[in-house]
Write a protein that binds this ligand. Structure first.
Ligand code: CTP
Length: 403
């Protein structure tokens, strides 16, 4: 999955011949799952039509502060809203004229106003003739734009519209997309970090067909795996039996069944990770003796002797070096006190408390309500949210703690 999937991209098009390539650029962004809105400078419409771009982006294309087409229903194109809407803004092609105006805060068209309002990362793909590209004023514009925190996607060398050959060609749409993807990836807060995660239930065999288990769906753990991978972490997801699916190039799924298998897998990866989050609902007890044949029904009561499983979280707390170790506590009463007790006892850096007294929190739901307690016993409570949003909160808190 691309880092651009689900992202909102504002594409600003200025008046250069390379504008014709922006049709492909819009398509590539859309193919990767991004949402695209296009703003054009008035002059760029000489090079590609707004109709082409609105059809491909599936959104209206704006080039003026208000739409004049319908005289009775003039609509103001709110540059502030557009600027704030975007996760990323891309100016391609970026002409010498527009870049120069942007360095000075000139604001005489919609694109320039949106640029000034945007708070997101902004990429420029310059395109112009070779002498214009190496002109000191263009170099100064590029330098200034960079100093404002923008990113330049360098122009390439090749045949130019003038017939001359040299530097100034806009990077190809595919290269613009991969440049942006790589840039985003390299700046992700968990880039280069490794994370161990346990998720789902464990099943403890009674005989070849029966087991002791619990209702954990694995939803919370899988959502955390995805949230961490989206921020660049390489995730080792050790999952008990779960129907959850995950497809992310940074997530390595290791399937286990019993608490013992989960224990072994967790210890295998723990030494090499920076963060470990134990979200699994591990069975606390298992049958002492597992029958090798199916236990036959009789009329008398059946007793199964249980023995404790190993506490994976506590065992990792004992051997912890620099890892940031996070546990979960699912409580029904004396929640804060119990969670704080577990935090200390198991030598954790943070514990995430779910109270079964909160409606919508716990096992089989799509929502959760958590309180994160850190090592200093500081509590931070969150609203009831979808597990996907809760996962993002958890990962963001960990990022704050380790950076
Ligand atoms: N945990 C674990 N191994 C176990 C049991 C629990 O790693 N054998 C982890 C869970 O993944 C969770 C944390 O320990 O992160 C807390 O689990 P919980 O069941 O709430 O606590 P317990 O320590 O088992 O205590 P109790 O059941 O008495 O509340």
């Amino acid at each position: 999955m691309s880092v651009l999937s689900g992202k909102k991209i504002l594409l600003g098009i200025t008046a250069g011949i390379a504008a014709y390539k922006t049709a492909s650029l819009v398509r590539l962004f859309i193919k990767l799952g991004a949402e695209v809105k296009v703003i054009m400078t008035p002059a760029s419409k000489d090079f590609i039509t707004p109709l082409t771009l609105s059809t491909l982006s599936k959104n209206p294309v704006h080039s003026t502060f208000y739409d004049k087409e319908d005289a009775e229903n003039e609509m103001w194109n709110n540059h502030v809203d557009l600027g704030l809407w975007a996760d990323y803004m891309v100016v391609a092609p970026a002409t010498a004229n527009t870049m120069s105006k942007m360095t000075n805060g000139t604001c005489d068209n919609l694109l320039l106003a949106v640029y000034l309002s945007a708070k997101c990362p902004i990429y420029f793909a310059p395109a112009m003739d070779l002498d214009m590209y190496i002109h000191p004023s263009t170099k100064e514009s590029l330098q200034k734009l960079k100093s404002f925190g923008n990113t330049i996607i360098p122009a390439t060398s090749g045949e130019l519209a003038s017939g001359l050959v040299g530097e100034g060609r806009m990077a190809e749409p595919e290269d613009i997309v991969s440049f942006i993807e790589n840039d985003i990836l390299s700046k992700l807060p968990l880039k280069g970090k490794k994370l161990l995660l346990t998720a789902g239930p464990t099943y403890e065999a009674i005989d070849p067909v029966r087991f002791i288990g619990n209702h954990s769906s694995g939803k919370m753990g899988f959502a955390i795996a995805e949230a961490a991978a989206n921020l660049g972490a390489e995730v080792f997801l050790i999952s008990g039996p779960s129907h959850q699916k995950i497809q992310h190039s940074l997530v390595h799924r290791v399937n286990v069944i019993s608490a013992d298998e989960m224990y072994n897998a967790a210890h295998k990866y723990f030494k090499e990770v920076d963060i470990a989050i134990l979200a699994a609902a591990v069975a606390d007890y298992r049958p002492k003796n597992v029958a090798t044949q199916k236990i036959k029904k009789t009329t008398s009561a059946l007793e199964i002797e249980l023995e404790p499983t190993k506490d994976i979280l506590a065992s990792l707390g004992e051997i912890k070096e620099n890892q940031f170790l996070v546990g979960f506590a699912l409580e029904t009463n004396n929640e804060l006190e119990n969670a704080k007790g577990k935090l200390k006892r198991k030598n954790l850096d943070a514990i995430i408390l779910n109270s079964l007294q909160d409606k919508g929190a716990g096992f089989a739901t799509d929502t959760n309500k958590i309180t994160i307690i850190d090592k200093d016993l500081t509590e931070k409570s969150f609203e009831l949210k979808s597990k996907v949003e809760v996962a993002k909160d958890i990962i963001n808190e960990i990022v704050k703690n380790i950076s």
